[in-house]
Design a protein around this ligand. Structure first.
Ligand code: PMP
Ligand code: GLN
Length: 383
């Protein structure tokens, strides 16, 4: 596994968070919030524990969570789902992705197409599933794919097109046109689409396109999500996968042998979160937009060239104007030079494409405003 392209041990996030803890630097590396989410959700978990919901939940998920996911996806995404057959609860989005990919891959010739840079787990999961990783580059500064390069990457060996939208690490939200192309290519080559929608409520510019609502997509798409980002509960690891019953059954077959079940009392707590009013979900995007702007201003003032992400927790900045030649070295020195931790984009790419991302750095904006302001000041004063 560790010899697979783009797979590191320990993960870049573990390494950078350890570096932050050791050096006392501000951690803008790993994407997790530094404040608690809604009190109702935290209280619902305490209540579930008090109510004795501490044994194995049902295999497909707590019925209340499955119902809440169905309601939520109908309310925000216009996708109608049968909670009995078309939804399963998973141990975070990570297990949903693992279960889907392990279920869908039959042969070492099978290919999984991903957009590059990609969330680091993708390369590892493709290797675990025993498939081939095929990548489509996203280029600075808008990080939308070239449609010809996308078409060239998909062929008769393609089993899965894996789409992360909004996108980690670039902050891109794919255009409707790009996603329509994904669906058309999947139909033409009889591939399955797996969407990673963990940042679904963190769209900061424009609107996202829900892949499952595009013509032809519903019957061949598994959509994967997580409560971690939406409710600031990344440690609870509650996620879900939705899609047609046959694909969800296939993922369920794998999930039952990965973890069997997970997060008993947290499942009903997240159900309560999913039922919060629209204003909560708009509020988290508004809050993050302010943080993104603050972070962007701080980075620009420190001399970086900065992209403006349309979604996700993340902002990509180019350290070349500061004289950086290699973002890997730059990020390793950053805690000493500035007291800030960030992640090089090269951690999210295949070896062959490292030069294209050589000076790009990812900063997480999901931190308190005073922390972001402090980080901006430190970067401006960098030695
Ligand atoms: N996909 C993406 C794109 C992510 O950024 C993350 C985040 N941490 C995950 C999946 C994993 O989500 P979870 O913690 O719910 O497994
Ligand atoms: N998704 C978060 C990030 O990209 C953290 C994931 C992790 O620590 N594995 O920073």
């Amino acid at each position: 596994l560790m010899s697979a392209d783009g797979v590191a041990s320990p993960t870049i996030f573990a390494e950078m968070s350890a570096l932050a803890a050791r050096s006392g630097a501000i951690n803008l590396g790993q994407g997790f919030p530094d404040e608690d989410g809604p009190a109702e959700v935290l209280e619902a978990a305490r209540q579930a524990i008090s109510d004795g919901m501490n044994q194995y939940p049902p295999g497909r998920g707590h019925p209340d969570l499955l119902e809440a996911v169905a309601e939520h996806r109908a309310r925000f995404d216009g996708v109608a789902l049968d909670p009995g057959t078309e939804i399963i609860a998973t141990a975070g989005a990570t297990e949903g992705l693992a279960a889907a990919l392990l279920a869908l891959i039959d042969s070492p010739e099978d290919e999984i197409v991903v957009f590059e840079p990609y969330y680091d787990a993708y390369a590892a999961l493709v290797a675990l599933a025993g498939a081939r990783l095929v990548t489509v580059p996203l280029r600075w500064p808008d990080f939308q794919p070239d449609l010809d390069e996308l078409a060239a990457a998909v062929g008769d060996r393609t089993r899965v097109i894996l789409v992360n939208d909004p996108h980690n690490p670039t902050g891109t939200v794919f255009t409707r046109e790009v996603l329509q192309h994904v669906v058309a290519l999947a139909e033409r080559h009889d591939a399955i689409i797996v969407t990673d929608e963990v940042y679904e409520h963190l769209v900061l510019e424009g609107e996202r396109t829900v892949v499952q609502t595009l013509p032809g997509a519903r019957e061949r798409t598994i959509a994967i999500s997580s409560a971690g980002k939406t409710f600031a509960t990344t440690g609870w690891k509650i996620g879900w996968a939705t899609g047609p019953a046959d694909l969800i059954d296939a993922a369920m077959t794998v999930k039952q042998y990965l973890t069997y079940v997970n997060g008993g009392p947290f499942q009903p707590a997240i159900a309560a979160g999913l039922r919060l009013p629209d204003s909560f979900f708009h509020g988290i995007a508004d809050t993050l937009r302010r943080k993104r702007d603050l972070l962007g201003e701080g980075l620009a003032a420190a001399g970086f060239a900065v992209s403006t992400p349309a979604g996700s927790y993340f902002t990509v900045a180019d350290a070349a104007p500061l004289g950086a030649r290699d973002a890997d070295d730059f990020c390793r020195e950053l805690p000493d030079r500035a007291g800030v931790v960030a992640v090089p984009l090269t951690a999210f790419v295949t070896d062959a494409r490292r030069p294209d991302y050589a000076t790009l750095v990812r900063f997480a904006a999901c931190k308190r405003e005073d922390v972001i302001r402090d980080a901006g000041g430190r970067l401006a004063a960098m030695i």
